[in-house]
Design a protein around this ligand. Structure first.
Ligand code: SF4
Length: 423
């Protein structure tokens, strides 16, 4: 059995360990192979877990299938013999990331439960935010070649797919490492244009893009093209200048506010703006927390993703935490205050969208809701709504949000009509 792990927080590590134990208990005869970021960050720790047969870090994930199968290829390529033995487990993990670009599975409409799958086009990150373990577990930034991206998008469209989410660890860095000069110079903006010009994809959504990578061209593309979902997620982390500096983030709060305002001015108030915010970074004073809270309150955000700081071994934040930890009770209290702001922001955005005509895509509806004759849909601007009718997933519709999560379906949008509007 293969267990893919995350290591972004101490909680993620804990869950991975618990999952491995559970897998082992339920399948005592199984060969357990652990891979992913935890396997990369702390291979010895993972190898020491009872019942783990092999540990495959991200550096060797490309060869995971061969290792799992203990195939002839792996044997003859010297891969198996290249493993270290730690206790009873074979371990493949080092810091050679150059060869470790991972191609995801082919994207198909209707495959699995995702109507709007992610297409990962960028891996790794060369920044050094002091709280973040990703540069250690994923290596430097690498991009999927533009040609390959376009091919993957068209493959998805050919299977009936309508909406794709472009994703990456640091999506705004796409293209900077590629040999092709246009990709390198044009970056994400250029790639988005190519997707719009050269594929028939009906809707493209961008996942998280760092604030300073929202160039004026990228903002204009989002504003001017209906095929790009009106949804921008900009990681903030803190609204306090001092905390941002200690986090080694590359922008100040006023830079962030400038980008948010530029997006809002260009795209209008139907744009859903989202932010990641971290609470309890080492040394975060009461004054800094208040500064962050007030800053977040002042922005026209539609939602927040909130995280308590989690010290990660090997990062600068780990050492800072040893010197100036914020007490757990204080972190809890600050999280509660930010959660209140998040609820207010979500409610305000939903209320603001009430009665508007929005385009949406139906999703795979949970059985319980379906039994009630209802259908889940996601609007272009990231509002999840429930329609009072039964529809299959992946249908483009026009909706008007009402009270709560309810929305009225105005009409089913035919695909051709959709493309005419977009032209
Ligand atoms: S930019 Fe994002 S992925 Fe890169 S180091 Fe900072 S938090 Fe981590």
């Amino acid at each position: 059995m293969v267990v893919n792990t995350c290591s972004v927080t101490a909680e993620a590590d804990r869950e991975a360990r618990a999952f491995v134990r559970r897998v082992r208990r339920r399948n005592p005869a199984a060969r357990v192979v652990v891979t992913g970021c935890y396997a990369q960050r702390a291979p010895e720790e993972v190898a020491a877990l009872e019942g783990v047969s092999a540990v495959v870090g991200n550096s060797h994930k490309e060869w995971l299938a061969a290792i799992v199968a203990e195939s002839d290829h792996a044997q003859t390529s010297g891969l198996i013999s290249a493993a270290r033995l730690i206790g009873a487990a074979e371990v493949w993990a080092d810091d050679a990331f150059a060869h470790s670009w991972i191609e995801g599975a082919r994207l198909e409409a209707g495959a699995g439960t995702q109507t709007r799958p992610n297409l990962k086009i960028q891996e790794g990150c060369g920044n050094r935010c002091s709280f973040c373990v990703i540069p250690m577990t994923r290596g430097a930034s690498r991009s999927m070649a533009a040609e390959r991206v376009l091919q993957r998008v068209e493959e998805f469209v050919a299977t009936g797919g309508r909406e794709l989410v472009l994703s990456g660890i640091n999506l705004g860095r796409w293209g900077r490492d590629l040999d092709d000069a246009q990709s390198r110079r044009g970056g994400l903006f250029w790639l988005v244009q190519q997707i719009l010009d050269q594929t028939r994809l009906e809707r493209l959504r961008l996942s998280s893009v760092e604030p300073m990578d929202w160039t004026s061209e990228l903002i204009a593309t989002m504003a001017d093209n209906r095929r790009v979902a009106s949804h921008a997620h900009l990681p903030l982390q803190s609204g306090a200048d001092g905390v941002l500096r200690r986090m080694h983030r590359r922008y100040r709060p006023w830079h962030y506010a400038e980008k948010v305002n530029a997006l809002r001015t260009a795209c209008g108030d139907e744009l859903a703006l989202g932010a990641d915010v971290m609470v309890g970074f080492p040394g975060e004073t009461e004054v800094e927390f208040e500064e962050s809270l007030q800053f977040v309150r002042s922005l026209p955000l539609a939602y927040l993703h909130l995280f308590p700081f989690s010290p990660r071994p090997g990062t600068a934040g780990w050492a800072m935490h040893r010197e100036q930890p914020v007490a757990d009770a204080v972190v809890k209290e600050r999280m509660a205050q930010m959660q209140t702001v998040d609820r207010e922001k979500r409610a305000a955005f939903r209320a603001q969208m009430r009665g508007r005509r929005l385009s949406a895509l139906t999703l795979n509806t949970p059985e319980k809701l379906r039994a009630e004759g209802r259908t889940l849909a996601l609007t272009e601007n990231f509002l999840e709504v429930e329609l009072d009718c039964k529809l299959p997933a992946n249908e483009p519709v026009t909706v008007r949000p009402g009270d709560g999560r309810n929305a009225k379906m105005e009409r089913l949008v035919k695909s051709q009509e959709n493309s005419d509007q977009q032209a």
